[in-house]
Design a protein around this ligand. Structure first.
Ligand code: SF4
Length: 495
């Protein structure tokens, strides 16, 4: 590695601005290497980013793709054909980990015949010590491992790998941090959709729900200053984005720890003021922190979508206490009813875990009771996954697989029945739909999303993508709609 590159890579950094400048320099140097390689081989040098898990990871992957494209790599849809493959991983469930390792093994076999291939693993799985040790010990063909706290450092790490290759050196470049105060957000991003975008408003989580590994792999909660968030959203709006999704593990506690006096509700108000932004979504809300102020802002805003995702996890107060969730069955129902009373037609969706240690049939009866009383518009039901290092992993009374299956099936059946009933309530209405894509199964249709987050398929072509159009909801299919373009709209609130 020549001295000037070594100097850039190892430079002492004091501020976020210094870091951003360093990352841009690394991109510039990497772009030269990629251009040389492309000239020598007479073809594009390609990349593929494979994303697992949540919206936060999807947003991080857009940043990774943006950096790769600025470096001159060209997107390759086939993971196995790409020159650089980055896996942005999730470790929330153990069976997903096992599947990922199987997948990584198979790509290692491909790399045997494709020596120049660069493989990187980042995200929550590489942040977890035991999983990382397994990658390093059993998958030596992986070239780069980095964690959740240094996605912004990707250009520098990639440059180190590229330089290592130039020098004919081998070995896995590993960079894991246990935390960071750095919030370097102005790095290149390749958005998956030109008209909508995720925006990180905070990072990490301080809640330590007893089953959850996120606080251990994503670190302590840190909010971004409101002015930085609004600047980013203004830039997105100027670039054609009309829908933003504000992202955080617990958006309702946004603002804690900042010098300014700001709440999530106030931030939503500020986002609503940005010209060009027509829809605002957010994810995820913790019920314990959801304020009346937020409900008021949602009720009065014309831009905030008519949907809230409010993870229940369990309807049993006993289990909720053990989960460290800080609300009860009764307080959750009361909160959901208050939201429904204040915001007409609001869609409430949730997450439910089945098989948490010690859970009995009576606890699951309580969960079903909440499902019925709240009438969820949708629910993701998960089987409890034991995550080493969390308090729940060492609890006695782990529930048998047979019992879990019995309870999972009865919860799922109830959820599906009730959410289909909820969805059918708007059949026949004319509502606004943001068109997202041409339908994959039937190219004579386009697919869009209602404010309440339901998908609608209707006749149209790609010229509609990114537009908000009135659609008559002609046929409810349980969890999506078939419709037809219409004129006029009768959906009270949001676009
Ligand atoms: S709020 Fe609880 S479930 Fe959500 S990320 Fe934080 S610890 Fe995990």
């Amino acid at each position: 590695m020549n001295d000037s590159i070594t100097e850039v890579i190892n430079k002492q950094i004091n501020t976020d601005a210094d870091e951003l400048a360093r990352q841009r320099k690394c991109i510039e140097i990497a772009a030269q290497l990629v251009e040389d390689k492309s000239r020598n081989t007479g073809r594009d040098i390609t990349y593929h980013v494979t994303t697992f898990g949540c919206q936060m990871n999807a947003r991080d992957s857009e940043k990774l793709s943006g950096i790769l494209e600025e470096c001159g790599f060209v997107y390759e849809p086939d993971e196995l054909a790409a020159d650089v493959v980055i896996f942005n991983t999730c470790t929330v469930r153990d069976n997903a980990n096992q599947k990922f390792f199987g997948h990584l093994g198979s790509i290692g076999a491909v790399k045997k015949n494709k020596k120049d291939m660069i493989i990187g693993v980042c995200g929550c799985l590489s942040q977890e010590e035991s999983a990382r040790a397994k990658i390093l010990a059993s998958y030596p063909f992986v070239d780069l491992v980095f964690g959740t706290h240094n996605v912004y450092d990707f250009a520098r790490l990639l440059l180190i790998v590229l330089e290592q290759r130039e020098a004919g050196e081998k070995g896995t470049v590993t960079s894991i941090r246990e935390g960071t105060d750095r919030i370097v957000e102005d790095i290149p991003v390749k958005r998956n959709y030109p008209f909508k975008s995720g925006v990180n408003i905070m990072f990490g989580c301080d809640n330590f729900c007893s089953y959850c590994i996120v606080p251990y792999v994503r670190g302590r909660e840190r909010s971004r200053p409101a002015a930085d968030i609004i600047d980013e959203i203004k830039r997105l709006a100027a670039d054609g984005v009309s829908e933003v999704m504000l992202l955080g593990q617990n958006v309702n506690s946004y603002g804690k720890g900042l010098d300014e006096n700001i709440s999530f509700a106030k931030l939503l108000d500020m986002v609503g003021e940005v010209d060009g932004i027509r829809r605002i979504r957010f994810m995820t809300s913790h019920p314990k922190d959801l304020s009346d102020e937020l409900i008021d802002v949602m009720a009065s805003s014309q831009k905030i979508c008519n949907h809230i995702h409010l993870p229940l996890q369990s309807g049993s107060s006993r289990i909720l206490e053990s989960m460290n969730r800080h609300y009860t069955k009764e307080s959750y129902i009361e909160l959901a009813q208050k939201i429904r009373e204040r915001i007409s037609d609001i869609s409430i969706t949730t997450d439910i875990i089945i098989g948490y240690p010690g859970e009995t049939d009576a606890d699951v009866d309580d969960t079903i009771d909440v499902i019925e009383k709240v009438a969820f518009d949708g629910a993701f039901t998960f089987i409890y996954s034991k995550r080493t290092g969390t308090p729940a992993a060492s609890m006695p009374d782990q529930v048998s697989a047979q019992k879990v299956k019995y309870n999972f099936d009865r919860v799922l059946a109830r959820v599906q029945e009730i959410s289909a009933r909820q969805a059918a309530k708007i059949e026949g209405r004319i509502m606004d739909v943001l068109v997202e894509d041409v339908n994959r199964q039937d190219p004579s249709l386009v697919t869009g999303r209602l404010s309440n987050n339901l998908n609608v398929h209707f006749p149209g072509d790609e010229s509609l993508i990114g537009k908000i159009v009135n659609v008559k909801l002609t046929q409810c299919k349980g969890f999506y709609y078939i419709g037809d373009i219409a004129t006029g709209g009768d959906y009270g609130k949001v676009l």
